[in-house]
Design a protein around this ligand. Structure first.
Ligand code: G3H
Ligand code: 13P
Ligand code: ZN
Length: 334
């Protein structure tokens, strides 16, 4: 059993309480390779932001669970080397789908886990989530649960359509399970294709697709039921058009990719939403930079020559999210 505290990591409890009170959100960035991790830590240190490094089941399968765990431990040392005396870094399991996976991660040094029982019948979601919470809390590890279903596809989590969270269920769920935070469904979804063209309107000025607004009424109703309780938004990439254009003009083919407008995420960050999950935007930034470098320098074959610009572009993206969207910059005091 590895205790996350011995790795210099923190759980989400104090971080979320501060964020809810302060009207900002903590960035939860997925990572599965070294360049992403470096970019996340450089951005967090430069902006003095707390950060959640999150690992999906797919990432564990891709990059090896042991290596990723050591990378997270290395992230703490790296942040210190970059000048942050007391980094606030959470190592979080994203979309855990079984008790065994969550337990295994906790035993490997994760400081926070998500148990995603959102696709299960309500009572089964409650029972599974409670089982994970009971084990996690014995080790002071925090747990995120989920109520409501997000549309979209991830490696391990998929749903054809979304169902908004039912505000009338949240008190019962939180009380029965003891979760520390709750992911809700208010219209965000995973991936780079969050809405079909039919769900969007066309901006007459730019000709680009404008997505439907998030269901802030559902968020407000949840906040009313659970005042001050930490709320999480998944599927919160904005799918920057600039990156989509770079990809498409350098051999890529991303058609009608649409994300969540940043002004809506800015608004959500000021509410009880205290964790915002971003993965796809980082994938787009990385792919855009790699495609551009490869197109401009076809004779280049040193991976550092295209992964370096990819890392720079991801760092820029993470800093932008922290400073201009989530507002978590300057929240580490020492
Ligand atoms: O929401 C989940 C993340 O985007 C992880 O995706 O399962 O493809 O690693 P993944
Ligand atoms: P995006 O696909 O919008 O980046 O969402 C990521 C996510 O929710 C990870 O859990
Ligand atoms: Zn997610």
């Amino acid at each position: 059993m590895v205790n996350y505290k011995d790795l210099g990591l923190v759980n989400t409890r104090a971080m979320f309480a501060k964020a809810v009170k302060g009207g900002y959100a903590i960035p939860a960035f997925n990572f599965n390779n070294m360049e992403q991790m470096q970019a996340i830590i450089m951005a967090a240190v430069e902006t003095k932001s707390p950060v959640i490094l999150q690992i999906s089941k797919g990432a564990r399968n891709y990059a090896n669970q042991t290596l990723l765990r050591y990378m997270a431990e290395g992230a703490v040392a790296y942040a210190k080397e970059l000048g942050c005396g007391h980094p606030e870094i959470v190592l979080h399991l994203d979309h855990g789908d079984s008790y065994e996976l969550c337990k295994n991660c906790i035993e490997m040094g994760f400081s926070s886990v998500m148990i995603d029982g959102s696709a299960l019948p309500y009572d089964e979601n409650v029972a599974l989530t409670k089982k994970v919470v009971d084990f996690a809390h014995q080790h002071d590890v925090t747990v995120e649960g989920e109520l409501g279903v997000l549309a979209g596809v991830e490696d391990e989590v998929s749903a054809a359509e979304s169902h908004y969270t039912k505000p009338e269920e949240v008190i019962d769920f939180v009380t029965k399970t003891g979760v520390d935070s709750l992911a809700i469904s208010i219209g965000t979804s995973h991936g780079a294709y969050k809405f079909t063209p039919e769900q969007c309107t066309v901006d007459p000025k730019t000709g680009r697709l404008l997505p439907p607004p998030l269901a802030f009424d559902v968020l407000e109703a949840v906040e009313e039921k659970l005042p001050g309780f930490p709320i999480v938004l998944h599927g919160s990439s904005s799918v920057p058009q600039e990156d989509v254009d770079i990809i498409n003009s350098n051999g890529g083919c991303l058609k009608a990719a649409v994300g969540i407008p940043e002004e809506q995420l800015r608004k959500a960050s000021k509410s009880a939403v205290c964790k915002i999950n971003i993965d796809s935007d980082s994938r787009l930034a990385m792919t855009a930079a790699i495609r551009k470098t490869m197109a401009e320098k076809p004779a280049e074959f040193d991976p550092r020559k295209y992964l370096g610009p990819a890392r720079d572009r991801m760092k820029e993206l993470y800093m932008h999210k922290i400073i201009n969207v989530l507002g978590s910059n300057g929240k580490i005091s020492h």
